[in-house]
Design a protein around this ligand. Structure first.
Ligand SMILES: Cc1ncc(COP(=O)(O)O)c(C=O)c1O
Length: 452
């Protein structure tokens, strides 16, 4: 997309008089649709951005027309949202009675989770307000794997925790949080008079797809009175997949879970969820009342605005998620995730058997982190260059990530249209991009100059 074309979009003036609606279609066809991120393409491997499945697309349009506000009052989409939350909890292996709310994505779900944990912790201590709040809030301390998504630290900042109260915990050789290191850090903080209030595990880490140990962290949380939140934005539904289920042993004991149907299930972007085992805690954090917002029935269910920061909320998430889930069915959810796992195994095999590439990390969630074994110059810079060249060539798309302090190539699988041929294409493109460094520089008559 040319810079001038991009600039034109940023500077679109508003005409004095309205135009025909048909013009919107022309505008989208010519100026928007040809220039997506690329995540609709089966050879897009860069981030966990899946393409939208048709069921969700259609449902989103329909729900937009219904235009229900899923925050206050009652309407069919609000009940449907309560139902889809229950279905997600069931797929994730959380106990009956788990509640929650749909969100715009994983970052928002993590934010709601930390705010809920904070309120739960301080309310239990009797320091939910007043001078005791000021005293205790300043000592709240948060723990998460050093591989956690940055949205966890961002959420902590949003609820007012300073950086020096955040404790990234080291991970093991398989990139899983070390429970012993967590325990030691929590113990040291307790001894120092701090208040450990929440530990966050990751189910499907963004960089390498690792799943943190759940039971050991829950045990620690119970013993010291912390909330256990699991960020399963990518891998929250692993318990539904037989090959992954053993890693999810104990998931029923966590306090809250983030899942992101717009990653794992190909629901159109804008659909995450926070699931909370005892949803009373969610309501304690978010059920602010106002005289102009009262339920008609005395025994009305809590409104969904009582479980989140949003009041006016779109019903599109609920219908798009419901349509996608019902189009897939329970088996379809498992098969979809298994498809990604199979492709990732194949990709990792292909990398391992290609002498010019080395597999460094990846799994059990479908991702491969790898390096080029015959680099010209600094390997970190080479990997950044290779990713950029692959992107610019436009046939495949992958990204880089930092693994054990080095910039390496990263490819993840989250497109239901990706096939083995796309994996072969990716490897060809990477090797081709690396070859550019082995070519002799073009011969010119110009004297070399230092580039500024
Ligand atoms: C583990 C994890 N948590 C949270 C997020 C943030 O989710 P979202 O982009 O939906 O806000 C991501 C995004 O990649 C993620 O991988």
């Amino acid at each position: 997309m040319s810079p001038s074309r991009r600039a034109r979009l940023r500077e679109v003036p508003l005409a004095r008089t309205g135009a025909e609606l048909g013009g919107v279609l022309d505008f989208v066809r010519e100026e928007i649709a040809p220039f997506p991120t690329g995540n609709g393409h089966p050879a897009f491997f860069a981030w966990v951005n899946s393409p939208p499945a048709p069921a969700g697309l259609i449902a989103e349009l329909l729900a937009g027309a219904v235009n229900a506000t899923c925050g206050m009052g009652e309407n069919a989409l609000m009940d449907l949202e309560r139902g889809t939350v229950r279905t997600l909890a069931d797929l994730a292996g959380l106990p009956d009675g788990t509640g929650g709310v749909l969100t715009s994505g994983g970052s928002m779900a993590n934010l709601l989770a930390l705010a809920t944990a904070r309120t739960w912790f301080l309310t239990r201590r009797g320091s939910g307000d007043g001078p005791a709040y000021d005293r205790d809030h300043a000592r709240l301390t948060l723990y998460y794997s050093a591989q956690a998504h940055m949205s966890v630290a961002k959420a902590a900042a949003c609820i007012g925790l300073p950086a020096h109260r955040l404790r990234p915990i080291p991970t093991d050789a398989h990139d899983r949080l070390e429970p012993a290191a967590l325990r030691a850090t929590v113990t040291a903080d307790l001894d120092a008079g701090l208040l450990p209030f929440c530990a966050v595990t990751t189910l499907g880490s963004t960089a390498t797809g690792a799943v943190d140990p759940l039971e050991a962290v829950t045990d620690l949380c119970r013993s010291v009175g912390m909330w256990h939140h699991a960020d399963g934005a990518w891998g929250g539904l692993g318990a539904a997949v037989p090959a992954l289920a053993p890693l999810y042993q104990g998931i029923g004991g966590i306090d809250s879970l983030t899942v992101d149907p717009h990653k794992t299930l190909s629901v159109p972007v804008g659909c995450g969820a926070l699931l909370v085992r005892d949803s009373e805690h969610l309501h304690t954090a978010f059920a602010h009342r106002a005289s102009y917002l009262t339920a008609g029935e005395p025994d009305a269910l809590p409104w969904l605005s009582h479980a989140t920061v949003e009041l006016t909320r779109p019903g599109t998430r609920a219908l798009a998620l419901w349509a996608t889930l019902h189009h897939l069915g329970r088996d379809g959810v498992t098969t979809l995730i298994e498809h990604y796992l199979t492709l990732a195994d194949q990709l990792r095999d292909k990398i391992s058997t290609q002498p010019r590439l080395e597999l460094l990390a990846g799994g059990p969630w479908p991702v491969a982190c790898f390096r080029i074994t015959d680099p010209v110059g600094d390997p970190d810079a080479l990997h950044a260059r290779v990713a950029h060249r692959v992107q610019a060539a436009g046939r495949a798309y992958l990204a880089t990530v930092s693994v054990r302090g080095h910039t390496v190539l990263r490819a993840c699988l989250c497109n239901y249209r990706t096939t083995t041929d796309d994996l072969d294409l990716l490897i060809r493109e990477v090797l081709h991009a690396a070859d550019a460094d082995h070519q002799p520089p073009p011969v010119t008559n110009e004297q070399p100059t230092h580039r500024r």
